[in-house]
Design a protein around this ligand. Structure first.
Ligand SMILES: CC(C)(COP(=O)(O)OP(=O)(O)OC[C@H]1O[C@@H](n2cnc3c(N)ncnc32)[C@H](O)[C@@H]1OP(=O)(O)O)[C@@H](O)C(=O)NCCC(=O)NCCS
Length: 326
């Protein structure tokens, strides 16, 4: 049974690195072309972090954008959660580096890695901390520098990804929370289909190959998502006695626009009520969902009171979602 939430998202900022790679830029790197990339993925451009620009730098810029846009304070947050699978270091964490930069006293910090589902987890942890009474104000930041682990000789992978960061503020609003329901699922035994190794050279005995390089079995992931995510969504909505008719905006992980279209078709849900971020930003892993919301807010698409279904999927393999009102 879901407990009535006491937390509300009160602001959302974002940061995109300056450098842009368009599809034509890939034509000199691998055997591909703009027409194939647009037709199979929907991506036209993606932003790429500078050589010395890391997840913590981008997270800080996203928080600065949040502060500027909403005129809010972050010096009184009591938890900073950063979702990332591309942290600057294993230690210190990105969240601790954000704390250090802003000099926020008396706050907890944690990095959370659940691949592309990460931001949905981050929001759920923030809501749980606030609703249980343990926190009052939480920053949930997604920041990814995927370009630093992409193999630019692998045409199956490199064309998809981009770098970005997004920062959200979650605050206590007693009995007026906007988190309605959440649900998660993991298939760890399938993990080697989306991998980026660290210390170990194998996953369940299967060699990973290139160290610290993102690798995926794209076709398998595509089929896994189309097979499992619709049921995940139906189960999530059932828990809240809701149907897709109650949803104003579907915000799936922007892995690949064709995948999103296939999901909408399977769910019989209008693509026009779907928010994505991959056309001009690529697949930005855990940032893709907040980035799609940020863009829709800039475009004045989302209205106060709208119901949003956020659904992430990817590394783990994990998938999971969250329904919120705005
Ligand atoms: C990776 C992905 C874009 C490939 O698209 P696809 O439509 O499934 O393409 P396929 O893998 O069936 O490949 C079709 C052909 O295009 C080729 N191809 C792959 N990438 C190419 C590219 N960038 N340019 C041109 N051709 C390409 C393949 O080699 C293959 O050629 P072949 O038929 O001669 O073997 C797609 O599967 C995908 O997005 N998967 C999910 C990714 C994902 O969610 N990852 C998890 C992290 S969130």
């Amino acid at each position: 049974m879901e407990i009535k939430s006491n937390s509300k998202i009160t602001g959302l900022g974002a940061y995109l690195p300056e450098k842009i790679l368009n599809n034509h830029d890939f034509e000199s790197m691998v055997e591909t072309n703009d027409e194939w990339i647009v037709r199979r993925t929907g991506v036209r451009e993606r932003h790429i972090s500078a050589k010395n620009e890391y997840a913590s730098d981008m997270a800080i810029k996203a928080v600065e954008n949040l502060i500027e846009k909403y005129n809010v304070r972050v010096d009184d947050v009591d938890m900073i959660i950063v979702t990332t699978f591309t942290p600057d270091h294993l230690s210190p964490t990105v969240s601790a580096m954000v704390q250090g930069h802003f000099g926020i006293n008396g706050t907890g910090t944690m990095d959370l890695n659940s691949g592309c589902t990460g931001f949905v987890y981050g929001l759920c942890v923030a809501d749980s901390l606030i609703t249980s009474g343990r926190s009052n104000k939480v920053l949930v930041i997604a920041s990814e520098t995927i370009s630093k682990v992409v193999d630019y000789s692998d045409r199956n992978t490199c064309i998809l990804f981009g770098d970005a960061a997004a920062a959200s503020l979650i605050e206590r609003q007693e009995n007026k929370g906007n988190f309605l329901v959440s649900g998660f699922s993991t298939d760890g035994k399938l993990g080697d289909n989306v991998s980026c190794s660290n210390f170990s050279d194998n996953i369940y005995g299967r060699l990973v190959g290139k160290n610290r390089i993102f690798q995926q079995v794209g076709k398998f992931v595509y089929e896994y998502v189309i097979k499992n995510v619709p049921n995940g969504i139906r189960n999530l909505l059932k828990k809240a006695n809701m149907t897709l008719d109650d949803i104003n905006w579907f915000v799936p992980h922007s892995a690949n626009l064709r995948m999103v279209e296939a999901l909408c078709e399977k769910l019989n849900f209008s693509i026009n009520k779907t928010l994505v971020s991959n056309e001009f930003f690529g697949n930005t892993s855990s940032v893709s969902i907040p980035l799609a919301i940020w863009k829709a807010l800039c475009d004045l698409k989302i209205k106060a009171g709208d119901t949003l279904l956020l659904y992430g999927f990817g590394g783990g393999l994990t998938h999971g979602g969250l329904v919120i009102t705005w």
